[in-house]
Design a protein around this ligand. Structure first.
Ligand SMILES: Cc1cc2nc3c(=O)[nH]c(=O)nc-3n(C[C@H](O)[C@H](O)[C@H](O)COP(=O)(O)OP(=O)(O)OC[C@H]3O[C@@H](n4cnc5c(N)ncnc54)[C@H](O)[C@@H]3O)c2cc1C
Length: 386
């Protein structure tokens, strides 16, 4: 690391940026975290709130490490608590075949996860909140957590270890040739020995302001906060939801005023939370008018959990998943640049995998030579143009 006012500037105060700051500061680095709005103001504060096993081997490895890191964070007394046991995930469908396909797909990739297909009255016996005539694949995964709690927890740790958090209009990189010397915030140059960009869906705009290099795109999700009289015991998701998480350059444009939001554009998910549960969600390419999606989301959810129809609504929120074109985050050095690192693009899995990737990139910045899987190498998308 080169001399600068601080050792490392972290750009972005979501789960990835705050966790990285906490790990860097733990090792004694002088860290400045710059955030343009507020900590957890993006998806890290507005997500559905479930720590969940991804069904991609590269992501699953990050998830397993994240569970261990969350156990440590829970023990730190910073307001985050990972439940001791998973609540269980139900992948629900009106079609038995869909539940069986989900179970077969999960078992084939992860034989260690025990799956069970249940339908009708047997399903209602293990999960009274679901409606009649449904089928589900049950998997013993899924830890409900307060959506913003892990980000705030890591921010608290980072600050306790000396990290300075600074709010200011969007940070931009300051370069000397190919070497990053710091960032500019509100017109002021802040120098550092290294810069880590963890700006979620806005990461490509920071690394390449020309927008020509853009392997990560925002995929907007709306979550309705509903106070269910009898919340489910499990976290629930529609069977087959992974298909809509795949990259789709021509996805649904939530801002098109001519078209009413359609129930069919919603993929059902529900995470029980103390107070209001998270009911979702959408996968939109443009920032939506969240209020217009309340009714379609609730109508679709009521097909699976009838109690949603009568539940008082306590709020609605929209946030953007940082969706990478190949579904995996970019973790490591930015090619073609010196002293510049990136950790972003966790898509729908950032709360479940972000801390492990932040640990890897923090170790890299610290010169500890961590083993970062090749499939996470930022170099797979070439060199940023600007
Ligand atoms: C509806 C929805 C539900 C979800 N539910 C879950 C879930 O249940 N479980 C799960 O694991 N994942 C879930 N996710 C995904 C998860 O929320 C994200 O993957 C994760 O929060 C991304 O974290 P991040 O730190 O990379 O980015 P972000 O949370 O987006 O943080 C990036 C931060 O960078 C800041 N920033 C941007 N540009 C600049 C700049 N130039 N200068 C300074 N600051 C900047 C932003 O203001 C923001 O605060 C969900 C996502 C959505 C949309």
């Amino acid at each position: 690391m080169r001399d600068g006012a601080v050792d490392v500037i972290v750009v972005g105060g979501g789960i990835v940026g705050t966790a990285a700051a906490a790990f860097l500061a733990e090792a004694g680095a002088r860290v400045l975290l710059v955030e343009r709005e507020g900590l957890a103001s993006g998806a890290s504060g507005a997500n559905s709130g479930v720590v969940q096993h991804p069904f991609d081997p590269a992501m699953a490895a990050l998830y397993r490490t994240t569970l261990a890191l969350y156990r440590d964070l829970s023990a730190n007394g910073v307001g985050f608590r990972l439940p001791d046991e998973p609540a269980g995930m139900l992948f629900v469908s009106p079609r038995e075949a869909a539940a069986r396909t989900e179970a077969a797909t999960i078992t084939a990739a992860f034989p260690e996860l025990s799956t069970e297909v249940v339908g009708g009255a047997a399903l209602q016996a293990i999960e009274p909140a679901v409606g009649p005539g449904l089928w589900a694949c049950r998997v013993d995964i899924g830890y409900p957590v307060v959506p913003a709690a892990s980000t705030y927890g890591y921010a608290t740790l980072a600050e306790a270890r000396g990290t300075v958090v600074r709010q200011g209009r969007g940070a931009s990189l300051e370069l000397d040739g190919d070497t990053v010397v710091g960032v500019r915030v509100d017109g002021r140059l802040l120098t550092a020995g290294a810069v880590l960009v963890a700006a979620g869906p806005w990461t490509p705009g920071v690394l390449d302001p020309t927008d020509r290099w853009a392997p990560i795109q925002p995929r907007w999700g709306v979550v309705v906060e509903a106070e269910l009289a009898a919340p489910p015991r499990h976290a629930l998701e529609e069977a087959g939801i992974d298909t809509v998480m795949e990259w789709s350059p021509a996805g649904t444009d939530g801002t098109t005023p001519a078209r009413e939001p359609a129930v069919e554009a919603v993929e059902f998910s529900l995470v029980p939370q103390p107070g209001a549960s998270s009911v979702g969600s959408t996968f939109l390419d443009a920032e939506p008018d969240a209020g217009r999606w309340i009714e379609p989301i609730l109508l679709r959810a009521a097909r699976f959990v009838p109690g949603v129809a009568d539940a008082p609504i306590r709020g609605v929120r929209a946030c953007a998943r940082p969706q990478c074109v190949d579904g995996r985050p970019l973790v490591g050095r930015v090619p073609g640049r010196e002293r510049l690192f990136v950790c972003a693009g966790h898509g729908p899995w950032g709360i479940s995998t972000g801390p492990a990737s932040a640990r890897l990139v923090a170790d890299l910045v610290l010169g500890r030579d961590p083993v970062i899987p090749a499939e996470l190498d930022p170099g797979r998308f070439g060199v940023p143009a600007a």
